[in-house]
Design a protein around this ligand. Structure first.
Ligand code: RB5
Length: 147
């Protein structure tokens, strides 16, 4: 089964725990990298851990949850090979996969409820990258990351 690396800070802890089993029903092996309590935790630290795992395991996905999804996404996108998308609707999740080949989904526990998060996750994980003209554009992301 495909690996999915899951991480949150304290502000995304509850939603992370509630999504874990659901993600497994979608056919993924979930590796929960934390956090494991509601104690304050800096989002850049867990975002970096998840980003590194996704980079090391070609074809895997990451899901990062904080209060808004914004901080996690900023950090994830600092990593070469990571294309993070902060999504609050199914439509954003669809295009993040279909056009951007996003490999890390960022969610905000203060922005969406559990049911919405499940719908977004399902779309994100089931939508294939369209390739074609989008492949050339995605390739340019890595070029700009190195320069
Ligand atoms: C924590 O309060 C909050 O700032 C963090 O979870 C996240 O929303 C940052 O982008």
């Amino acid at each position: 089964m495909q690996q999915l690396y899951l991480g949150s800070d304290h502000a995304g802890y509850g939603l992370k725990n509630n999504l874990k089993d659901y993600i497994e029903t979608l056919g993924y092996t979930v590796v929960d990298l934390g956090v494991f309590s509601e104690a304050t935790y800096d989002y850049p630290d867990i975002a970096r851990e998840v980003a590194e795992k996704v980079y090391e395991n070609l074809g895997s996905f990451g899901v990062l949850i904080c209060g808004t999804g914004t901080g996690m996404c900023i950090v994830a996108n600092k990593h070469v090979g990571i294309r993070g998308a902060s999504c609050s609707t199914e439509e954003l999740a669809h295009y993040a996969r279909a056009h951007n080949n996003a490999n890390v989904l960022c969610l905000g526990q203060r922005i969406i409820d559990e049911e919405k998060a499940k719908k977004i996750l399902a779309v994100f994980l089931k939508t294939p990258f369209e390739g074609g003209r989008h492949q050339a554009r995605v390739d340019k992301i890595e070029v700009s990351a190195k320069n």
